[in-house]
Design a protein around this ligand. Structure first.
Ligand code: AMP
Length: 501
């Protein structure tokens, strides 16, 4: 769960990178970093926290150059320390900087192989360091073979080598000193990546790559579309655009981007997140209608469930009411040492409007239920505020399987849907009735399959069908142990910082 951006322009890019990263801030709040290139060398600033906390006018002034990349981080593996903040860079054979969104499930294996084969130490817990190493070592070999003469073909070959070794879901932006801005997406295109162009008369076109189209739009670029699965794009220093499909597998974009992670004003693989969420609500509303409940109001759990709640209210012909107010100023820096405190924090974060709640039969709509703690705390709050009945609807089907492609999703045992039946979950969270989206309806909502244009998703978190990797029970258990260790470390390092978004 990270956000990446890369820009090559006719003037310094630091401000555009900063603004773009602020637009992608919802994708990661733990660390932020920018690397720019000024013709001779890279300039870097990385730090822990939000974009606005990491960069000051002095650091911005240091980030010289008309090209650069940026990253906002939400760790899925690895600690929260500065050593894991991106972008990463290397000097040989050319200066290369890279930032990544995603996760390699064979990262620790690669780390070991790199140490054995190349006697090189991948010192961080960050998979982009392994990616950078593999990419760079291919380039070094190709440079040696070709008397240090660079050819575009070297980049395609390095990318091909990387695709053959890196297993998981990943999107990358990078800058190669003297060569240009690069971007690629894993062969299944699991993690998102779009590109755009900005034209000014009399000047070369400027280009951007970003995790979400919102950054392209707001920075005044024209959206050119998605980087294709398995495609590498290079914008060279003369602004020629080179595109090549290096290795393509069936497209499996992540469905959870539509459910929870992405901003509604983004387009993901040409599907509007806003519209997908509206359709989720419409179909959920139709399902709830069949239960013939006495509902007075439909209420979203802010923010990502707003569209679904609104669309459900239209289908149900019941008023939509904003009855939960979110405190925007409680971030991930709030100190919460234990689970009890974390649950309490939901109450600081969300407050009911008693006037909208008292004596009402409320249908609460949220984007998803993971452990069930958030829904329980919210329903308790509703009851204390005087609600009569509280029905709960999840725009996502039951989540049951960990994500190994870049979404921070817990181990199998932590998903409440793996421990309890729907009826038992309703009881646990205190709902008078519980509705989950049907997986077929979710598929319709995200346009799983379009006429003449087959579109499929990675829905492994819902259906356990992982597009990359053959995951048997023993492998999953091994990774879960790894993830538990990593998360324990994370919690220790954070001194109990929350897992809340
Ligand atoms: P819980 O059921 O208490 O674990 O939390 C569910 C809530 O967490 C949902 O309302 C989502 O908005 C949010 N959520 C879902 N997935 C994630 C994630 N990977 N990281 C952080 N929050 C999430």
């Amino acid at each position: 769960m990270c956000g990446i951006i890369g820009i090559i322009a006719n003037q310094p890019v630091a401000q555009d990178l900063y603004d773009g990263m602020t637009l992608l801030q919802h994708r990661g709040q733990d660390a932020a970093g920018i690397m720019t290139y000024s013709g001779q060398r890279f300039h870097e600033k990385k730090g822990l926290g939000l974009v606005k906390e990491v960069f000051r006018s002095r650091s911005m002034a240091r980030l010289k150059g008309n090209a650069g990349i940026g990253h906002v981080r939400y760790p899925t593996i690895g600690g929260v320390g500065i050593e894991n903040a991106q972008p990463f860079s290397c000097q040989m054979p050319y200066g290369i900087a890279m930032a990544q969104n995603g996760n390699l499930f064979n990262f620790y294996e690669l780390k070991k192989q790199i140490a054995e084969e190349d006697l090189c130490n991948v010192s961080s817990e960050c998979d982009v360091e392994a990616i950078l190493h593999i990419f760079r070592s291919s380039l070094i070999k190709l440079a040696h073979k070709n008397k240090n003469q660079f050819a575009m073909d070297h980049l395609w070959k390095a990318c091909k080598k990387l695709f053959s070794r890196a297993r998981g879901g990943y999107s990358i932006v990078g800058y190669i000193g003297g060569k240009g801005l690069i971007a690629f997406r894993d062969p299944h295109g699991i993690r998102p990546l779009v590109m755009g162009k900005r034209s000014t008369e009399g000047k070369p076109d400027e280009y951007i790559f970003a995790s979400e189209s919102v950054a392209v739009d707001i920075l005044g670029f024209e959206l050119m579309g998605d980087v294709a699965p398995g495609e590498m794009v290079v914008i060279d220093e003369d602004r020629n655009v080179h595109r090549k499909i290096i290795h393509q597998e069936p497209h499996r974009p992540c469905v959870f981007e539509h459910i929870y992670l992405a901003r509604p004003d983004s387009l993901m693989d040409n599907i509007s997140v806003h519209k997908a969420r509206m359709r989720m609500g419409e179909l959920l509303g139709k399902k709830i209608k069949k239960a013939n409940l006495q509902i007075d109001v439909v209420m979203p759990v802010p923010d990502s469930a707003r569209e679904a709640a609104l669309a459900a209210s239209v289908v149900l012909k019941k008023p939509y009411r904003e009855g939960l107010i979110k405190n925007r100023y409680i971030g991930r820096t709030f100190i919460m040492p234990d689970q009890g405190a974390r649950q309490k924090s939901i109450r600081y974060k969300l407050t009911p409007i008693i006037l909208e709640v008292r004596r009402k039969n409320i249908l609460l709509v949220d984007d998803s239920i993971v452990r069930g703690n958030t829904s329980k705390a919210i329903i308790d709050m509703m009851r204390e505020a005087g609600a009569n009945k509280v029905y709960f609807a999840s725009a996502s089907p039951p989540l049951r399987n960990p994500c190994y492609y870049g979404i921070d999703m817990p181990t199998r045992e932590e998903f409440v849907a793996n421990k309890l039946t729907e009826e038992e979950i309703a009881k646990k969270i205190g709902a008078d009735a519980l509705f989950y989206q049907d997986i077929e309806d979710l598929a319709k909502a995200v346009r799983y399959k379009k006429k003449n244009n087959v579109k499929r998703y990675c829905m492994a978190c819902l259906d356990g069908k992982y597009p990359v990797g053959d995951f048997d029970d023993a492998t999953l258990t091994k990774w879960e142990e790894q993830r538990k260790r990593s998360h324990a470390e994370l919690e220790k390092n954070k001194n109990g910082l929350p897992v809340l978004q």
